[in-house]
Design a protein around this ligand. Structure first.
Ligand SMILES: *Cc1c(COP(=O)(O)O)cnc(C)c1O
Length: 423
């Protein structure tokens, strides 16, 4: 069979809109609430609280802004309010997910803190509770942990919580990718002391941009509302006692969010069908799909990913910005698959390159399950033991086209292309 390139590009994950969003955006115009105040904001916050089961959701300009304020809030609880011009985490270390988008960890640096990266585990591709326990042995003073749920798959929330409770540490939960996913029947975003979600354009639902901070405590919620609108005091003039930010969500964006929320379950069902179609279609190849804790968690299946068996990897060498590989019969590698599907006008993506491998964070600490730090590049396996799980998954894994609007026929073509990479 000859495969022709897709006429319209097949995206990794593009926005899926439904038209009702326009009604709420129009309403903002009609009522002239063209600001960071309005019914769309209030309603979106309410709908998210009902969905997730949190007491307060505060709509903000992005998931990153939400993470920044979440981290600032936790830092002030732990270490007090810093002098103006100083970060709330100066001189402090914070444990962070390692294999994630850099937005998860950058806000630690915004506050002058130092991220220490915790290695990943194979079961869910999220933070390893064992590595986290090791990290507390090495750095017993740490009191804050930033945990992400990768690609819509919940991490081992219970184990991570146990480790943190034992050491009196607060959890910031980055549920930017996992909105609607559950762990033991509960939504991600409420397991942390503070949680965040994102409505970035490629997430499971979108506001074109935007995010929310989720927190139960009323006083904390009010503080976030205040900080995100320039921290005005209750006075007749602009009175300031604390550092403020302009991080609130616009009522127009919130109209988009409001129109998308009722479609969350539908989007998850579409993504789930895509995941299982890949799983079925790739059977027999030396690959497996991104795993999850089957008895306990239900992902939102935001991105379908695969990982190639170790002995089916062709040689692939990655530098900082470029990559080489050698084609071999019966074998393949992420680069070959990504380049081949790109030739047919479809978009995949490498796995998030672990933070401890990023030049910007090369001096930061990194803790693996056996307590060692960084392995030398391409030396992550020593006598059969994997020393650096994140590096291993990055080497062998990739994200597949996972767009809601992809048809089964289009997906079958992608599956066929992957099969040919291994022939
Ligand atoms: C998208 C994303 C963010 C940031 O959200 P924005 O709304 O894009 O700022 C944070 N963490 C993770 C894991 C993400 O995927």
């Amino acid at each position: 069979m000859e495969i022709k390139p897709f006429e319209k590009k097949l995206y990794l994950a593009s926005p899926t809109s439904h038209g009702e969003e326009l009604k709420f955006i129009q309403e903002a115009f009609d009522t002239n609430w063209l600001s960071t105040v309005g019914a769309n904001i209030n309603e979106s916050e309410k709908l998210i609280c009902e969905k997730i089961g949190c007491k307060n959701a505060i709509a903000l300009s992005s998931g990153t802004a939400a993470l920044h304020l979440a981290i600032r809030l936790a830092a002030e609880k732990l270490y007090g309010q810093p002098k103006v011009g100083h970060g709330a985490l100066e001189g402090k270390k914070v444990f962070c997910s390692d294999m994630t988008f850099d937005a998860t960890v950058n806000p630690v640096a915004y506050e002058g803190g130092e991220a220490v990266f915790i290695d990943t585990e194979y079961d869910t591709w999220n933070m390893s509770p064992k590595a986290l326990e090791k990290a507390f042995e090495i750095y017993p003073d740490v009191k804050m942990v930033v945990v992400a749920h990768l690609y819509g798959t919940p991490g081992k929330v219970k184990e991570l919580r146990q480790v943190c409770d034992k050491h009196g540490a607060l959890i910031i939960e980055d549920a930017a990718e996992s909105l609607g996913a559950t762990y033991e029947g509960k939504q991600t975003g409420i397991f942390g002391d503070v949680g965040i979600i994102s409505f970035n354009g490629n997430k499971i639902i979108t506001g074109t941009s935007g995010g929310m901070l989720l927190v139960d405590d009323e006083e904390d919620a009010n503080k976030i509302r205040k900080w995100s609108t320039q921290a005005r005091e209750d006075a007749p003039w602009y009175q300031h006692e604390e550092l403020g930010y302009n991080y609130r969500m616009s009522n127009i964006i919130a109209g988009m969010v409001r129109g998308q929320i009722p479609h969350l379950e539908e989007h998850i069902a579409q993504k789930k069908a895509i995941y299982y179609r890949y799983k079925e279609g790739l059977k027999g190849l030396p690959v497996s799909m991104n795993p999850f804790d089957e008895g306990k968690s239900e992902p939102n299946y935001w991105l379908s990913c695969l990982i190639i068996d170790r002995d089916a990897m062709c040689r692939q060498v990655r530098g900082e910005k470029d990559v080489l590989y050698v084609t071999e019969t019966g074998k393949s590698c992420p680069t070959e698959i990504l380049e081949t599907i790109a030739k047919y006008n479809a978009e995949g993506r490498p796995i998030w390159k672990p933070m401890h491998m990023q030049p910007i964070y090369r001096m930061n600490g990194f803790v693996t399950e056996n307590g060692t730090g960084r392995a030398r590049s391409n030396a992550y396996i020593d006598e059969g033991t994997v020393l650096d799980v994140g590096m291993d998954i990055f080497e062998r894994g990739l994200c597949l086209p996972s767009d809601n609007k992809m048809t089964p026929e289009q997906q079958d073509v992608i599956i066929e292309i992957i099969k040919r990479c291994f022939s």
